[in-house]
Design a protein around this ligand. Structure first.
Ligand SMILES: Nc1nc2c(ncn2[C@@H]2O[C@H](COP(=O)(O)OP(=O)(O)OP(=O)(O)O)[C@@H](O)[C@H]2O)c(=O)[nH]1
Ligand SMILES: [Mg+2]
Ligand SMILES: [Zn+2]
Length: 268
């Protein structure tokens, strides 16, 4: 049966099931949509629909942590009013030296600073996985992250009987090999479901209008409206309350730096 909208993972649909292959008749209205700009840069791609939360799955190393990826994905979630958490996987690979980076990441993103819960976990030792499962209990969540961060390993950890492919990393680059090729919803216990998705090279946010980027940084919200100019974009305007907060250390310099990058990209 013909319908204009293509179903995406997480959709609810009305389907006719009189034959072996169900025919989708109608896709029900979507809530909680995670989007990014497609790699062609031309259209917006829906990663998953009807989700309650986004898990940004990353690692400190193998692959290396990227503030750019995390800030883009956080902005993408925030723009669609989706709650997000940062999952720092592969903590078993971290030694004393990596603790410095872990503390820095915590200081940049953690709940008190930026408003995002951060879960250091390991799919090998199980560290932090029970806390994360409690946090997503009863929800449908979508995972996004770079290839090789361990998204599929995490669903496999929660549901060991699952038939899924886990890929090795490229030994030279420590990046993944884009093992997962399609998004898939995996039911876990107690009305909880996780959507596993293919790893991304970049979480592109070209679809967010330039003037809206400021609203995608929740830690800016207390200061918006306090700038000298009503149309302040918090770049180099005098009397900017956001910039003062950065200078006082109330907003992370790294996060503000990403804001500037995103704004500059939209100029070019
Ligand atoms: N040491 C360690 N390795 C892990 C952990 N989690 C996953 N891995 C390894 O990381 C590699 C990539 O895991 P995947 O689960 O396929 O990663 P992915 O994020 O699903 O990758 P894509 O499907 O390509 O996006 C595999 O070799 C896993 O065994 C972990 O907590 N610790
Ligand atoms: Mg995968
Ligand atoms: Zn300002």
């Amino acid at each position: 049966m013909y319908h204009e909208t293509k179903p995406v993972t997480g959709d609810y649909a009305v389907a006719v099931t009189t034959s072996d292959i169900p025919l989708v008749e109608k896709i029900l209205p979507r809530t909680g949509v995670l989007q990014r700009t497609a790699s062609t840069g031309k259209s917006t791609q829906i990663i998953a629909a009807n989700v309650d939360m986004v898990l940004i799955v990353t690692s400190i190393k193998h692959p290396e942590f990227s503030d750019g990826f995390v800030c883009r994905a956080l902005a993408g979630a925030s723009w669609k009013d989706l709650a997000a958490v940062i999952v720092l996987n592969k903590m078993d690979l971290c030694d004393q030296q990596d603790e410095v980076l872990k503390s820095r990441i915590q200081a940049t993103y953690d709940r008190e600073v930026t408003g995002y819960p951060l879960f250091p976990i390991s799919c090998i030792t199980g560290r932090g996985t029970a806390e994360l499962l409690r946090h997503i209990s009863g929800m449908t969540v979508v995972m996004t992250g770079p290839s090789g961060a361990g998204k599929t390993s995490l669903v496999k950890y929660y549901n060991p009987s699952l038939d899924v492919r886990i890929g090795s990393l490229n030994p030279k680059t420590s990046k993944g090999k884009h093992t997962t090729v399609a998004a898939r919803l995996i039911p876990l216990e107690k009305n909880t479901a996780v959507i596993d998705t293919p790893g991304l090279r970049m979480f592109s946010i070209d679809h967010i209008p330039r003037n809206d980027i400021q609203f995608c940084f929740p830690e800016f919200r207390n200061y918006l409206g306090e700038c000298r100019f009503r149309d302040c974009l918090h770049l180099s305007e005098p009397g900017c309350a956001v910039k003062s907060a950065v200078e006082r250390g109330s907003i992370s310099k790294i996060r503000y730096g990403k804001y500037i990058n995103f704004m500059n990209e939209k100029n070019s």
